[in-house]
Design a binder for this molecule. Structure first.
Ligand SMILES: *Cc1c(COP(=O)(O)O)cnc(C)c1O
Length: 388
């Protein structure tokens, strides 16, 4: 056998299983209309829920900061890459989330891997919801702590696992689940974690900006304090429309991360202009409630219209509205048919979701029109999604 000859075989296997992934090249800014292969399509697959990725004020803040700071940040935060713009954003994010401090990471993936590895290791235990985002699972698996998954949102199962554990215990969950759109039962999770002296970490990538008064996310929605949820992680590339991520919590948590989180220490800081753009987007998130109101209207319209048409929905009140198809090939075919009809809806397949639950992941944006939602539903019917 030639070394690495299995790579070609593996790729062929993926193709046979309809699990081969490929990228589409777009020629426009993010928004409701994307330019794809010389054609305009309506975007129902991005995580830019509030429509801020190409907002004029956010773009302008980015340009202005690029004039001041240039493009590259030059080094890691702990060397000479930490600017006034980064620092101001951290202070604003701490105030926004009601935590003592916040710390920027270059991506959400890195934040999750870094935090979990900084908090637990050999002799400890980490407990994760079965449907957690891959970055949380990777963080838990690489930490060296005993790694336990509990059934989705199953607090009784978690309770049992916690009772049997020793060492420091960290419970980790998505806030709004990224592929299903449902909310984690955070008040119950916080209570159970407290009963077992465990820390609760919530990844609110899809809740921040979208849920809660002024967009404070799922913790604001449930009114959970720093004492109840010691570790809050948020991403900036979704509801905020920019790029990067942050962790918010106590002084001790943040100093621990600065001193020991390897994905914080050994990487280049975000461009300062991205931090400046995010400050502008945070301002819009906090002040423009109409974006969240509009999303609620669109979610209700989508769910009502889908039910009328006999489409099978999942129990989600968030802008993530998956339509489970089951078979990967069928999901891909639906997605293609939808694209031909002018609607971009992505097919999500294993291993991102469980086997046999391939789905169209419809996401709504505050910038969609109700008529576009109706158009999407009609196109889904025509594609045959109701008969699945
Ligand atoms: C997108 C996402 C991440 C990763 O964030 P990036 O900034 O894109 O690396 C982490 N957790 C969840 C739940 C996500 O949806």
């Amino acid at each position: 056998m030639m070394p690495f000859s299995h790579l070609t075989e593996n790729l062929n296997t993926l193709a046979k299983q309809n699990l081969y992934r490929s990228r589409r090249i777009i020629d426009s800014p993010q928004g409701i209309h994307l330019q794809l292969d010389g054609k305009s399509v309506i975007n129902f697959c991005s995580n830019d829920y509030l429509g801020l990725a190409n907002h004029p004020a956010v773009v302008q803040a980015f340009k202005d900061a690029a004039d001041v700071y240039g493009v590259g940040s030059g080094s890691a935060h702990l060397i000479c890459g930490h600017s006034t713009a980064h620092h101001a954003l951290e202070e604003e994010l701490a105030a926004f989330t009601g935590r003592e401090r916040a710390l920027l990471f270059s991506t959400g993936y890195m934040a999750n891997v870094g935090v979990i590895n900084a908090l637990v290791g050999r002799g400890d235990a980490v407990f994760e919801d079965r449907l957690n985002h891959a970055s949380l699972l990777d963080g838990g698996l690489s930490s060296g702590a005993r790694f336990k998954r509990y059934a989705h949102a199953d607090t009784a199962h978690l309770d049992k696992l916690l009772a049997a554990a020793t060492g420091n215990k960290l419970v980790v969950t998505d806030g709004v689940f990224s592929m299903d759109g449902d909310y984690a039962p955070l008040p119950e999770l916080a209570q159970i974690a407290a009963q077992h002296d465990a820390w609760l970490m919530v990844d609110d990538a899809h809740g921040l900006g979208v849920v809660g008064k002024h967009g404070g996310g799922l913790l604001a929605h449930y009114g959970l304090s720093q004492a109840e949820v010691p570790v809050l992680m948020g991403t900036l590339g979704k509801g905020f429309g920019t790029f990067g991520a942050f962790v918010a919590g106590s002084e001790v948590l943040i100093e621990t991360l600065i001193q020991t989180a390897r994905t914080y220490i050994y990487t280049t800081a975000l461009p300062a202009a991205v931090a400046a753009a995010t400050r502008a987007s945070l301002h819009i998130v906090m002040t423009e409630n109409w974006r969240r109101d509009k999303l609620s209207t669109l979610v209700a319209r989508f769910r009502c219209g889908a039910t009328h048409r006999g489409l099978q929905l999942m129990p989600s009140v968030s802008p993530i509205q998956p339509i489970v198809i089951g078979d990967s090939q069928r999901a891909v075919n639906f997605s293609k048919t939808m694209l031909d009809a002018g609607f971009w809806v992505s097919a999500i397949r294993p291993p991102t979701v469980a086997h046999g639950t391939a789905r169209l992941r419809v996401t709504l944006s505050a910038l969609h029109e109700e008529s576009q939602v109706d158009g999407l539903l009609d196109a889904l019917m025509q594609a045959g999604a109701a008969s699945s």
